[in-house]
Design a protein around this ligand. Structure first.
Ligand code: GLC
Length: 543
């Protein structure tokens, strides 16, 4: 079987405002990304997914698109985009764009026309409804960012729907002209050479045709975000969303070798439905369950088993450890366990998505109240996403090599040591660990394609096998802060290929394997380390 690039490769998410600034304004841009491609080659990733770069008033930092076919001047231009794609492809790095179909910006010409009058040509491109009998919103639906999902438009005397900010009106995906126009957007970028799309909130694009009220969520408790007060039964994950996805897929199939990924926060059984009938939906419905799982060996083991067994026949798994909307891995599980988490992400079956900065173990960054940027954080600092969007840290210079100007968000207080330049020279750093894992994975058929099976699990140890029979890799993760001994039920005499602590390389272990506190070990079975197998490790330091 031949595996597509998006199955065997690792995706690296870039939040473009925060990766590299090339023009000294304190905000990252596309020429900046291009200048750092050699780092990504060194690191060992195969594709970059770039969060939105389109012209935008930046109410939601680019997730409010005012023109789907251009680049915001803050990030560059179509020319700088083309240069980036050319330079990435020259290095065998694929480029995935963010595609935001659920909503536009209020500044998009379609919406400007739509709100001009009830008889505008584009009126039906958005979701307009009359007020309820009492003059209030048409139903009880809530915005993900707080308050009602309906905004009153005084001039035309109707409400429009917005699942996020009022500045992000939702498109009406029941209108065939909207579908056709957005399909052409996919073609526009595909012709420009992009290798695929990450589709924003794809499960939410279609709303209930009758706009029924959402039921109360019995599990909600006061103090939890308001959006959880209702179950979004009628405003999200409607059956017709699958038709929209199938439409995207048909467009993607007009081009060779592209990938369709979707942002979906749903329970596993509903998530996997997005692979689509006959697998003609998303190639990779993003699996975000590691973002919320309780960080214990039994919980993580149960998650992997549930997900693996829920996948449809032929559906390719994927795992995400962090993204720009949720607390970073190191903020959730702590510095020591962040290494265990990295080993887990890069040794599970399926496509991993690595979030920029996680390779440095960047954790929660405290944002002073007067520097809050995220609209969610302005509403409720506890919900702010800025702490996960801080600039990449390249070196110990005043602005961490990110910019020559004070960056738009703060750096970590320890950036003078937590940066690429310092950590790349330290064989025991998390950066060296991530790099070793990425390079090993690239060369290991067992890790890229092999089966996953549970070897053993107790309250603190999770052990699993990847690969086939004697050609296998064994991964043992100690989720606890205490040393542990692991008894290897598989027998044999495996040798350690990678420890999360950066040492013990090539150590032969017997049937009982000692692990230090918070240690993860990736081991080769005797045959897997043999020169003739596809699993021969290469020394990342020498590559
Ligand atoms: C997605 C994005 C998030 C954005 C929202 C609205 O969830 O990941 O950053 O705010 O969509 O577009």
């Amino acid at each position: 079987m031949s595996y597509s690039w998006w199955r065997v490769g690792t995706i690296y998410q870039i939040y473009p405002r925060s990766f590299q600034d090339s023009n000294g304004d304190g905000v990252g841009d596309l020429d900046g990304v291009r200048g750092r491609l050699d780092y990504l080659v060194w690191l060992g990733v195969d594709a970059i997914w770039i969060s939105p770069i389109y012209p935008s008033p930046m109410h939601d930092f680019g997730y409010d698109v005012a023109d789907y076919r251009d680049v915001d001047p803050i990030f560059g231009s179509l020319e700088s985009f083309d240069r980036l794609v050319g330079a990435a492809h020259a290095r065998q790095i694929k480029v995935i764009l963010d595609f935001v179909p659920n909503h536009t910006s209020i500044m998009h010409p379609w919406f400007i026309d739509s709100r001009r009058s009830r008889s505008s040509e584009k009126r039906d491109w958005y979701i307009w409804r009359d007020a309820a009998a009492d003059g209030g919103p048409p139903n009880n639906w809530l915005s993900n960012f707080g308050g009602s999902a309906w905004a009153w438009d005084e001039a035309t005397g109707q409400y429009y729907h917005h699942a996020f900010l009022a500045e992000q009106p939702d498109l009406n995906w029941r209108n065939p002209d909207v579908r056709a126009a957005m399909h052409d957007v996919l073609r526009f970028w595909s012709r420009r050479g992009v290798d695929g799309f990450r589709v924003d909130v794809v499960s939410d694009v279609i709303k209930d045709a009758a706009f029924r009220d959402n039921p109360l969520n019995p599990a909600w408790t006061p103090g939890e975000p308001e959006i959880r007060r209702l179950s979004p039964t009628y405003s999200t994950d409607r059956p017709e969303a699958h038709d929209v996805v199938a439409g995207f897929r048909r467009v993607i199939e007009e081009f060779d070798n592209r990938v369709l990924i979707g942002e979906i926060y749903l329970p596993i059984e509903r998530l996997v439905a997005y692979y689509g009938e006959n697998l003609l939906g998303l190639h990779l419905p993003f699996n975000f369950h590691l973002l919320s799982v309780a960080w214990t060996a039994p919980d993580v083991a149960a998650l992997i088993e549930t997900y693996e067994s829920a996948l449809p026949e032929g559906g390719w798994p994927n795992w995400v450890l962090s993204n720009h909307d949720r607390p970073r891995a190191a903020a959730r599980v702590g510095q020591e366990q962040a290494r265990v988490a990295a080993m887990l992400l890069l040794t599970l079956r399926g496509t991993p998505t690595l979030y920029y900065g996680d390779e440095l173990g960047v954790g929660h960054v405290e944002i002073p109240p007067d520097r809050i940027q995220d609209p969610c954080g302005k509403r409720d600092p506890g919900l702010g996403r800025d702490p996960s969007r801080t600039p990449m840290q390249w070196d110990a210079s005043p602005f961490a090599g990110f910019s020559t100007h004070a960056p738009w968000l703060p750096l970590t207080p320890d950036y003078e040591t937590r940066n690429v330049e310092v950590m790349r020279h330290d064989a025991t750093s998390i950066l060296s660990l991530v790099r070793s894992l990425l390079h090993y994975r690239r060369r290991s058929a067992a890790l890229k394609e092999g089966e996953w099976s549970l070897l053993s699990q107790d309250s603190s140890i999770l052990a699993y096998k990847r690969g086939w029979g004697e050609y296998s890799i064994i991964v043992v993760l100690n989720f606890s802060g205490l040393p542990r001994i692991w008894s290897n039920p598989a027998g044999g005499e495996p040798r350690i290929a990678i420890s999360t602590h950066g040492d013990r390389r090539a150590e032969a272990v017997g049937t009982t394997v000692p692990l230090r506190a918070n240690e993860g070990l990736m081991m080769e079975t005797a045959r897997a380390s043999n020169d003739v197998t596809p699993n021969k490790p290469t020394d990342p330091a020498s590559s």
